[in-house]
Design a binder for this molecule. Structure first.
Ligand SMILES: [Ca+2]
Length: 419
C-alpha cells in the first residue's frame, strides 16, 4: 500500500495529469460488495495538490504533505441555505439543530436549517473589527439545554492595544439578547496590531474550554509563541470561569502561564476533538507554504517560529530556515502552497459512512473544503469538496442531523449532505 502512495507522490506533474481519474484499487481490498467505512477500500488517486511548492524543503516523513487523493463514493451535495450573512466567522449547532453564527462585525445570529436568519442578538461587548479582528469563534455550554450559556472569542479593544478574549453570557428565553455578558479571559499581553488572533474555542470532555490564539503576526511579537510567560501563539485550557484548568502542563511553574496547554503556534484557527480517539487536533496558518495540521498533546512545543515548512511572504527563509529540530513537534500534515485553514471539524455521523472520523477543513485561499482521511494519527488520503463553488470557506461544523454546515466570507451558509 505504501509503495503505491510513494509511487503516486513521486510522479511528476505531466504524468499525474495522465493518471488523474484512473482508479488504483489497493491490493488489500476485499471483494465484498458491502459498503465499508474503512479507508483501505477507498480508491486511490493522484494527490489533489498539483501546484509548484514554494521551496524545496523535504517532509520529515512520507505522507506529511501531498498525500494520495481519495473520492467520496456516497452521492453528496452542498446546498446554499442562505446568502444573507455578513462575513460570518464562527458556526456551531444548538442542541435543537439550529445554528448559532457569529459575524465578524460583532453580530450573533441564529439560523434555522432552512436558512432563516434571526435578527442580531444584542448584549455582546464591543469588538475591534479592524484587520482580522471581530467576533470570532463560538460554542455553547455542554449543558446549554439547562443553562443556556454561550461562549465566544473576540478581539477585545483595550487602551493599550487589542487582544484575543473569551466572553460568556446566557441566551435569553426569547433568544433576543445575551444576558449578563462577561469577559472571562484575556490573552495578554495586548498589542497594537490587528492580525493573528487565533480565535477558535471548543469544550473538552471535562467541560473545560480550549481556546486558540495567534502570535499577532509582527516580527516584534512573533517570538512570544515560544515564551511561556505570554498567551500569544498558544492553545490555552481554561475553566468556564476563565481560570487555568486543573491538570495543565505548566501549573505551578515559575514564570510560566498555568493556562497554557501547548505552544509554538503561529495562528490557530482550527480546533476540534477527534471522536475516534479523543485527541485534540488543530490547524494553523503558516507562512508562505507552511500551513499545518497538528495533533495537540499537552505541554508540547509545535515549533513556530523556530521550524516551519514555509518561507516569509516577502521571500526569504524564516529564521534559520530549518524544518525539523529535536524537541519540536512535527505537523501531522502541511500545505505548500497554503490553503488557509480557517476552521475544522471531525465527522461523527453515519449518513456518509466513508466520512466517519475524517477531518474537514474550511479553506479560505484554497477555496474548498478539505477532507482528510486519518488512520493511526497520520493523513492517508485527501479530497477537495465544493471546489466549484469558488468560496472562501471560513468555518465548518457538524450539525445534529448528520450533515456538515459551513460559512463563507461572502455570506453564504452551506449544508453539505447526502443526496
Ligand atoms: Ca509547527
Amino acid at each position: 500500500m505504501n509503495q503505491i502512495y510513494a509511487k503516486l507522490i513521486s510522479m511528476r506533474k505531466p504524468i499525474l495529469a495522465t493518471i488523474t481519474g484512473i482508479t488504483f484499487v489497493l491490493a488489500s481490498c476485499s471483494s465484498s460488495s458491502t459498503p465499508s467505512t474503512e479507508h483501505e477500500q477507498d480508491s486511490v488517486y493522484a494527490p489533489v495538490e498539483t501546484k509548484k511548492p514554494n521551496s524545496d524543503y523535504k517532509p520529515a516523513f512520507t505522507g506529511q504533505t501531498r498525500i494520495a487523493g481519495v473520492k467520496t463514493k456516497t452521492p453528496y451535495e452542498g446546498t446554499v441555505l442562505s446568502g444573507a450573512l455578513d462575513a460570518p466567522w464562527g458556526i456551531t449547532a444548538l442542541p435543537d439543530g439550529r445554528l448559532l453564527i457569529t459575524e465578524k462585525k460583532g453580530v450573533l445570529r441564529i439560523a434555522t436549517v432552512a436558512g432563516q436568519l434571526s435578527e442580531p442578538i444584542t448584549g455582546l461587548p464591543a469588538v475591534n473589527t479592524a484587520g482580522q479582528g471581530g467576533l470570532l469563534g463560538i460554542r455553547v455550554d455542554p449543558d446549554f439545554s439547562s443553562n443556556r450559556m454561550v461562549y465566544w472569542v473576540f478581539s477585545d479593544p483595550l487602551p493599550e492595544g487589542n487582544l484575543t478574549a473569551v466572553g460568556k453570557g446566557k441566551l435569553s428565553a426569547d433568544e433576543k439578547t445575551i444576558e449578563g455578558a462577561t469577559v472571562i479571559y484575556r490573552a495578554t499581553p495586548a498589542y497594537k496590531g490587528t492580525l493573528h488572533y487565533g480565535g477558535r474555542i471548543v469544550f473538552d470532555k471535562d467541560g473545560n474550554i480550549l481556546v486558540s490564539t495567534g502570535e499577532r503576526s509582527d516580527l516584534e511579537t512573533r517570538p512570544q509563541a515560544q515564551q511561556l510567560n505570554s498567551a500569544l501563539g498558544k492553545v490555552l485550557r481554561i475553566t468556564k470561569d476563565g481560570q487555568p484548568a486543573a491538570g495543565n502542563p505548566f501549573a505551578g511553574q515559575a514564570d510560566k502561564r498555568p493556562e497554557i496547554y501547548s505552544y509554538g503556534h503561529r495562528n490557530v484557527q482550527g480546533l476540534a476533538f477527534n471522536p475516534g480517539t479523543g485527541d485534540l487536533w488543530e490547524t494553523e496558518f503558516g507562512p508562505r507554504g507552511g500551513d499545518e495540521v497538528n495533533r495537540i498533546e499537552p505541554g508540547k512545543n509545535y515549533g513556530w517560529p523556530t521550524i516551519t515548512y514555509g518561507i516569509e511572504y516577502s521571500g526569504p527563509k524564516v529564521g534559520e530556515g530549518i524544518q525539523q529540530k529535536a524537541g519540536l513537534e512535527q505537523p501531522v500534515y502541511y500545505y505548500d502552497p497554503v490553503v488557509s485553514p480557517s476552521g475544522i471539524t471531525f465527522y461523527s455521523g453515519s449518513s456518509i459512512p466513508e466520512w466517519k472520523n475524517n477531518l474537514f477543513i474550511s479553506c479560505l485561499s484554497g477555496m474548498h473544503i478539505a477532507r482528510l482521511v486519518i488512520k493511526d494519527n497520520k493523513v492517508v488520503g485527501e479530497e477537495r469538496l465544493l471546489e466549484s463553488e469558488e468560496q472562501r470557506f471560513r468555518d465548518i461544523t457538524e450539525g445534529k442531523d448528520g450533515a456538515l454546515y459551513a460559512v463563507t466570507d461572502n455570506g453564504k451558509l452551506y449544508r453539505i449532505h447526502k443526496k
